[in-house]
Design a protein around this ligand. Sequence first.
Ligand SMILES: [Zn+2]
Length: 217
Amino acid sequence: MIIKFWGARGSIPVCGKDFLKYGGSTTCVEITDSKGDNLIVDSGTGIKNLGKAFMKDHIRQINMIFTHQHWDHVSGFPFFAPIYRDVEITVMGCSYSTDGAREIIAKTMQPPGFPVKFEEIEAKFKFRTMCSRGCKLGNLDVFPIELSHPNGGLGYKFVENGREFVFLTDNELGYSHYGGKTLEDYVRFCSGAELLVHDADYTEEEYKIRKTWGHST
Ligand SMILES: [Zn+2]
């Protein structure tokens, strides 16, 4: 699988010379399996440039999943250009917090916050339930795990031909939020991963005053 990070930040997008190394966009990851099928994880502001790339390559079938509903993981959705074209978007979802996958998307375009409503865009959407058993998507097996994070959420393991990528952003290992797992559960979940992306927002010093905010050291 090919993994590309279009946005790697949390909280808000930033710009300026201090942010050239990792870019200024919030969370959006593109995974391409060996058959060429795509899967987008989260629609932070990084999805804007991914949309441009998909338009250039005339991509018509798009798959998406979300880790959770916080702004930095969803707010780019209305700026994802393919949604205004005749494309088919399959969204796999579960209960991330209070909303299902459709509501997560639709709320980013809710008036008066955005001028175009979700019901008015041209793309055709399919919503599939995934929940704890995971799902198969092209050549990828996708397994979720509940995050330890305010308002909940899901982390994921992506497996293709025995190779594993684990994506656990927004996960607090030092405190158990409602619905979250234990440190041992996360260690077990990640144990076969060749690539692990995990929340490491704070230094030990910072964490002393930010415990329970939903992030790790
Ligand atoms: Zn969050």
